[in-house]
Design a protein around this ligand. Structure first.
Ligand SMILES: Nc1ncnc2c1ncn2[C@@H]1O[C@H](COP(=O)(O)OP(=O)(O)OP(=O)(O)O)[C@@H](O)[C@H]1O
Ligand SMILES: [Mg+2]
Length: 404
């Protein structure tokens, strides 16, 4: 038998479990799709488009619903003489407003004409954008800014697009769809002068267990061979995810990982045991990603706390944490931040679920102090921090005497 003569008894079509797969139906999103259709109806009738703000937690179908609704709208107006509709999709993740504008322009240009992300003034790039929008020769253009909260406070693009026609920059009717999973971002928008975006807000809620069951069944049907999922497995998975994040992404990923595990162990069916292992794998990957993406100062702080943990010194008081933090800063030659800043950062880490903070009373004197403890697996912290260049040698180099 050849090394790769593997019988695939589990998967029928694994590709439907990929993030890029767009299903025909979106179970559990009927209301959201209705609101979305209502918000976009004006394009179909040839009127000015609404600007739409879509928000909700991660993995609740914002992107996939937007892809589906825009596809459906394009189909719907295809035979109409009075309306021609185009959309441009830009992912803003990890971009500045300037870069996002450059990307939008590039989406509209032929590959060989694309511009570089440097060397043009902001207003030049905007002018190019207006020109290319008109060059589409459509009556209606919607610009989708996915993960728009990444732009932070520099989100002027969100306001400039809706005003482009009124300001005489374009002849085309142009609107914007901003997609965000950051609720603070939404609050900030309403606090600002513009009410244009408030008009059509579509909120995507997290999925409950029955909704997740439907989503999982739909995928499992296509992805797996008949009868390989143990009875009640979908219900079990849906319950786990509903209790945790309510994210369809997590649910589908657990389904995929559980299938892989069954294959790896050459088991005939996918079992609850596979699901449990898959969900632990996923949890680890998510925590690692989140840890890795934190800014340097947080990494240094976590490293300090991990060092305390290794030496059995947790829970520790803020003063102790700060002390070790200063040592680590010295080791890697960065300037330590002030105590108060570090206090804020510790609170942030607690909000993210990496640390716990417990308030303690000093007893007789009545004073209070706080104790910090690590809430995630110290091994995960070490693994991630070992990959952070600056910190890779810190653990070996920080000696015990520095803790006394
Ligand atoms: N109702 C649904 N039915 C079927 N699949 C769904 C549904 N909702 C989400 N999904 C799937 O779950 C995954 C995550 O969905 P999506 O990317 O749309 O989430 P999102 O809300 O945009 O998340 P983020 O804020 O992280 O970008 C995708 O693979 C998507 O196809
Ligand atoms: Mg998305």
């Amino acid at each position: 038998m050849g090394l790769f003569d593997i019988k695939n008894e589990i998967f029928e079509d694994k590709s439907v479990l990929r993030e890029t797969y767009v299903p025909d139906e979106l179970p559990g999103r009927e209301e959201e799709m209705y609101d979305y259709r209502f918000a976009l109806e004006d394009i179909k009738t040839g009127d000015e488009p609404n600007n739409i703000l879509v928000y909700g937690e991660t993995g609740v179908g914002k992107t996939v619903a937007t892809r589906r609704i825009l596809g459906a709208l394009s189909d719907a107006v295809e035979d109409q003489d009075d309306v021609s509709f185009e959309h441009v999709w830009v992912n803003c993740k990890d971009k500045t407003s300037y870069q996002a504008t450059v990307d939008t322009v590039n989406e509209l240009l032929d590959f060989e004409d694309r511009i570089k992300g440097t060397g043009h003034s902001r207003s030049d790039v905007l002018n190019m954008l207006w020109r290319e929008i008109d060059a589409l020769d459509a009556t209606h253009v919607m610009i989708v800014l996915d993960e728009v909260d990444s732009l932070g406070t520099d989100d002027s693009l969100l306001y400039q697009i809706p005003r482009a026609k009124a300001n005489g920059h374009v002849d085309t009717m142009v609107g914007v769809i901003g997609i965000s999973n950051n609720f603070t971002f939404r609050e900030n928008i309403s606090a600002r002068a513009s009410s244009t975006l408030k008009e059509d807000e579509i909120h995507f809620s997290t999925y409950d267990a029955p909704q997740l069951q439907e989503i999982l069944s739909q995928r499992a049907e296509l992805a797996f061979k008949d009868g390989v999922l143990d009875e009640g497995l979908i219900e079990y998975m849906a319950a786990i995810v509903a209790q945790d994040t309510g994210s369809a992404r997590d649910a589908i990923e657990i389904l995929r990982l559980a299938g892989r595990l069954a294959r790896k162990h050459q088991d005939a069916t996918v079992t609850e045991e596979h699901v449990r292992e898959a969900s632990e794998q996923l949890e680890r990957v998510i925590v690692e990603k989140e840890l890795y993406s934190l800014p340097t100062q947080y990494h240094v702080l976590l490293q300090s706390i991990a060092l305390l943990q290794e030496r059995g010194k947790l829970p520790a008081r803020r003063k102790t944490v700060y002390n070790v933090y200063e040592q680590v800063c010295e080791n890697i030659q960065i300037t330590p931040k002030a105590q108060r800043t570090i206090h804020d950062k510790l609170s942030q880490l607690a909000l993210k679920g990496f640390l716990s903070i417990t308030e303690k009373n000093k007893g007789e004197s009545g004073g209070k102090y706080w104790e910090y403890d690590l809430e995630i697996n110290p091994e995960t912290v070490n693994e991630v921090l070992d990959d952070v260049d600056r910190l890779s040698n810190v653990r070996e180099e920080t000696t015990l005497s520095q803790f006394s």
